[in-house]
Design a protein around this ligand. Structure first.
Ligand SMILES: *[C@@H]1O[C@H](CO)[C@@H](O)[C@H](O)[C@H]1NC(C)=O
Ligand SMILES: *[C@@H]1O[C@H](CO)[C@@H](O)[C@H](O)[C@H]1NC(C)=O
Ligand SMILES: *[C@@H]1O[C@H](CO)[C@@H](O)[C@H](O)[C@H]1NC(C)=O
Ligand SMILES: *[C@@H]1O[C@H](CO)[C@@H](O)[C@H](O)[C@H]1NC(C)=O
Ligand SMILES: *[C@@H]1O[C@H](CO)[C@@H](O)[C@H](O)[C@H]1NC(C)=O
Ligand SMILES: *[C@@H]1O[C@H](CO)[C@@H](O)[C@H](O)[C@H]1NC(C)=O
Ligand SMILES: *[C@@H]1O[C@H](CO)[C@@H](O)[C@H](O)[C@H]1NC(C)=O
Length: 733
């Protein structure tokens, strides 16, 4: 066993990795992580030096890399046994270890080996000069070179150009010189044994999962390349591969670095970081008051939260006002910018970012974009040293989420192979992804450094999230006006692409739908039963409703009169408010134009659901929440959940105080108390004659359910003071 270890060590020592990096970008740190994992010996050249190699992502350049390599090689020139591997690092990872590289290099039987690719760059005219070959990749790529130190030295010592001249052209010319090719014993890694350039080759590679490691497999050459290079326009694809390779995530162990950089708040020497919470309300948004209530339940010290709200909707001003009045002193600060400022979404977000950037000591920015609301679970779970991280949130029961796993060529949505597994949390971890929206956390230091340019949320005609993500992905030192051609996305891109992560390690909540949100009513969330059924249920259905089924949580105060909780306080209040807002109570007259025949024998002072356009929603409520109870208490009876008469009745001594004994035109009736005896009214209740049985203390939110005809002759007992409201449906008439 010792023997093996020694052999391995000697391999590692014989191979020196040289890379040029002027800054510790996210890509560089990832490169180092993979290198350290395999115990490569790495020497970084140029760190801290200003980059002068041009914007090689978009045009030729990169000469600075050769110059630095040349300088470094001078000292190594006489080490005949030393193998030097020169690679890019911002967009490159290792998928295998040094011993494998050595083995494959020896098999190649040359002194210098360059990476190869199928696209020629930068001078297409040189294509004919390349040696002809039957299969494999034909052209040289300078992102990876391996060779014996003296030979590498003889190559790079020929450099006498400028830092912004093209490195790949330099190497290409040397390689294409037949004499040099022979004397320096050079070849290309035509079949991706060591180097996999992804540009033009994305379709050739697949992930290959092993027990400890994940590799990239080239399916054309049936090889397992060791160095994987996201050259050209394939950075996002490399990010995807690096979510797995070499050991980031696999089926056996799951995520291996997720806990590396999560802030352990119990260990923090200082206190909790300040978090700037930007809430952006750019359109009418259902359940907004509930969203704000959730800010209060965030598991985080409120005096560390600085809240900034941009509200673009007059409709929501009352909600924000109410929340502000009740909670203004809860947070460290609470600032609202209202619709009168007439800011675009992008401007509002830039303004938010502007505040955080200059707010002293703000270490995090949580951006909740309320265009789709999120139920944020503990904020702490998100805090991490990563620069941009978002919680995965999905629309309930849908694959719709707040991130994209891949980008199409034109920069829009594309589905990645792992998208569904991530959304469904079959793969759990932190995922480097090209786009996210709606909610994410950005490190304050990143906003003050990498992201310090202003106007991050405004770019061309993109929506603010698209603009932000593209800016983060493609951050370059200076922006070019002309859009680059695909080939020009060729080599190392020096600047700073910031990685964006989505985490699905916890259930962070869900997105709501803002589609079909009609704000022409008074309490518009009542109408959301179809569009956002989960939120509707959470807001409007009684907390103990499900216990009816699990614990038989219902009562039978009179024979065949069942009594159970169904509505929350909010549902009761909002229905009453809605009716009072509508205001056209019938007055309890016998003549009633609203019903067929125009005559009501037992009239109440009421408003029909139909009058407030709530019929469809109400019937859906009956089918969803009442039918299951019917089935439970009247077993064998399957209700159609059909009802013509659905209405809210108002009893008050000044108008109508009681209802004389009657039958209902229903198979069964529900009767839901909408307010509280004693606080809102006195008297009231219901009496069933056949059984000489009265219920005199109705409970708010609880419903009676009783047969309508024959057995259950009943009356409404007089309300002696205040106003009593009930909601009634005659079901299956
Ligand atoms: C790297 O070295 C460490 C310490 O010698 C060893 O435990 C580990 O297995 C090595 N890693 C690999 C991938 O060989
Ligand atoms: C390259 O070097 C190897 C030994 O390292 C030798 O076997 C081979 O013939 C050389 N090839 C050329 C083209 O000189
Ligand atoms: C709001 O801004 C838009 C575009 O910036 C402009 O067209 C519109 O007139 C502005 N509205 C008001 C009320 O200032
Ligand atoms: C909103 O609801 C009102 C009342 O039901 C209706 O008249 C209006 O057409 C609805 N608006 C939209 C955009 O659906
Ligand atoms: C639900 O039941 C529990 C326990 O019986 C009770 O404490 C709680 O107040 C009930 N919830 C509501 C909204 O009435
Ligand atoms: C009805 O019940 C009340 C007490 O709950 C009793 O006083 C009364 O006599 C009963 N009436 C009849 C007709 O049984
Ligand atoms: C009726 O209700 C009002 C307010 O709710 C209260 O002030 C008054 O005392 C009540 N009257 C009786 C007779 O209970």
């Amino acid at each position: 066993y010792c023997g093996c270890g020694n052999v391995f060590l000697s391999f590692a020592e014989k191979l020196l990795v040289l890379t040029v990096a002027t800054e510790e970008t996210d890509g560089f740190l990832r490169f180092m992580q993979s290198a350290n994992y395999f115990n490569y010996t790495v020497k970084v050249l140029g760190m801290g030096e200003a980059w002068k190699g041009g914007d090689v992502g978009r045009s030729i350049g990169g000469g600075q890399k050769v110059r630095l390599l040349k300088e470094a090689m001078e000292a190594l020139a006489d080490q005949e046994d030393l193998l030097v591997l020169s690679v890019d690092s911002y967009d490159l990872i290792f998928a295998g270890g040094p011993e494998e590289i050595l083995r494959k290099f020896q098999k190649a039987n040359h002194k210098v080996l360059f990476a190869a690719e199928g696209l020629i760059w930068p001078d297409k005219r040189l294509a004919d000069k390349y040696p002809s070959m039957r299969s494999g990749k034909r052209y040289l790529n300078s992102g990876g070179i391996i060779g014996y130190a003296p030979y590498i030295n003889r190559v790079v010592s020929q450099w006498n150009l400028h830092d912004n001249d093209d490195d790949q052209l330099f190497y290409t010319k040397i390689y294409l010189d037949p004499l040099q090719r022979q004397t320096l014993n050079m070849t290309l890694d035509h079949k991706c044994q060591i180097f996999q350039n992804l540009n033009g080759a994305v379709d050739e590679v697949l992930l290959k999962f092993g027990t400890d490691r994940v590799r990239v497999r080239n399916t054309v050459y049936d090889s397992l390349p060791v160095v994987v290079h996201g050259n050209g326009n394939t950075k996002m694809y490399l990010n995807y591969l690096a979510n797995y390779v070499p050991n980031t995530w696999n089926y056996e162990h799951g995520c291996s670095h997720c806990d590396d950089d999560v802030m352990d708040l119990s260990q923090l020497k200082v206190s909790f970081p300040n978090v700037f919470v930007g809430v952006f309300i750019e359109q009418p948004t259902p359940f907004l008051p509930e969203f704000f209530q959730r800010l209060l339940t965030l598991d985080y010290p409120k005096d560390k939260l600085k809240v900034f709200v941009h509200n673009n909707e007059v409709y929501h001003e009352k909600h924000i006002q109410k929340f502000w009045e009740e909670n203004r002193n809860v947070f460290n600060s609470f600032k609202v910018v209202g619709p009168e400022e007439n800011l675009s979404q992008g401007e509002a977000r830039n303004m938010g970012m502007y505040y955080i950037r200059w707010l002293a000591g703000c270490e995090m920015s949580l951006n909740c974009i309320c265009s789709d609301r999120i139920t944020i679970s503990p904020l702490c779970l998100l805090l991490s040293y990563r620069k941009i991280i978002g919680p995965l949130v999905t629309r309930h029961g849908k694959l719709w989420s707040n991130f994209w796993g891949a980008l199409s060529l034109d920069g829009y949505y594309a589905r990645s192979e792992d998208y569904v597994d991530i959304v469904q949390r079959k793969r759990v971890g932190m995922w480097n992804i090209p786009f996210m929206a709606h909610v994410y956390l950005v490190k304050g230091s990143a906003l003050r450094n990498e992201l310090k340019e202003r106007n991050y949320f405004v770019l061309e005609k993109l929506d603010p999230d698209m603009a932000f993500c593209r800016n983060a992905r493609e951050m370059t030192s200076h922006r070019e006006k002309d859009s680059p051609s695909p080939e020009s996305f060729h080599m190392l891109r020096p600047p700073k692409g910031v990685f964006m992560y989505i985490t699905n390690r916890h259930d962070f909540g869900r997105l709501i739908s803002t589609a079909n949100y009609n704000i022409s009513h008074y309490n518009n969330d009542l109408w959301q039963i179809f569009e956002n059924p989960v939120d509707w249920k959470e807001k409007y259905i009684h907390q103990n409703y499900t216990r009816i089924f699990t614990e038989n949580y219902l009562e039978q105060p009179c024979p065949d009169v069942f009594w159970f909780p169904v509505f929350s306080e909010k549902a009761c209040d909002e229905i009453v408010e809605e009716m009072e807002h509508y205001g056209s109570w019938s007055g309890g007259k016998h003549e009633d134009k609203r019903i067929s025949g125009g005559y009501e024998t037992v009239p109440t002072d009421d408003i029909h659901m139909k009058q407030i356009s709530y019929e469809k929603e109400w019937l859906h409520f009956i089918r969803e929440f009442i039918s299951p109870i019917t089935l439970k208490v009247f077993s064998g009876y399957f209700t159609k959940g059909y009802a013509l008469m659905n209405f809210v009745v108002k009893y008050t001594p000044a108008r109508q105080a009681y209802l004389r004994p009657h039958h209902d035109s229903s198979t069964f009736t529900i009767n839901i108390a909408l307010n509280n005896k004693d606080t809102d009214f006195q008297g009231g209740g219901c009496r069933f004659h056949r059984y000489n049985c009265s219920i005199e203390s109705p409970r708010k939110g609880w419903s009676f359910m009783h047969p309508g005809r024959l057995t259950h002759l009943h009356e409404g007992l007089p309300t002696t003071n205040g106003t009593r409201y009930i909601a009634v449906s005659f079901i299956d008439p």
